[in-house]
Design a protein around this ligand. Structure first.
Ligand code: FE2
Ligand code: FE2
Length: 153
């Protein structure tokens, strides 16, 4: 089995969040909506922890700090929207609009990471280094208790 690299790790987390958005759009029975909104909240927070640490590691290997700063600055306003989604889980229409809005903004953020950031990082990381970075991110996440379902292997 080949070990995952950091790009596969981050993409896998983005994908898992996307799948949760898909499921939330379909299944909107009251109890499910509440439970899955909490899960989405936790997954996004956990992923941003991993991103923060990923960006820091990339800064150390020489990825452009302007690009990293720009992406890092997108996290707090996204988290504010995650908070407001959780706060309107009982209000059908408002919740649906907040969900669609959050997804659109997150898609944009994930897209920038997977295009510009990955491209810049791939120029500086060979595969063994990218695999080692994934291993360390998973280890750090499990140490601080934010381990993510797709982070195994
Ligand atoms: Fe991010
Ligand atoms: Fe990300």
């Amino acid at each position: 089995m080949t070990r995952q690299d950091v790009f596969q790790l981050i993409e896998g987390q983005h994908e898992a969040i996307d799948q949760l958005f898909d499921a939330l759009r379909k299944r909107i029975a009251e109890g499910d909506r509440r439970r899955m909104t909490i899960e989405l909240d936790a997954r996004i927070r956990s992923h941003f922890h991993t991103d923060d640490s990923f960006y820091e590691k990339l800064r150390k290997v020489g990825v452009d700090t302007g690009l990293l700063g720009c992406l890092l600055a997108q996290h707090p306003p996204l988290l504010a929207r995650v908070d407001s989604l959780a706060s309107c889980v009982d209000q059908g229409e408002r919740w649906r609009n907040a969900l669609a809005d959050l997804r659109k903004r997150l898609d944009y953020h994930f897209g920038e990471e997977e295009a510009e950031l990955f491209e810049a990082a791939r120029e500086l990381l060979d595969r063994p280094h990218a695999q080692e970075m994934a291993r360390r991110l998973v280890e750090e996440a499990s140490r601080v208790g934010t381990s993510f379902a797709t982070s195994a292997e």
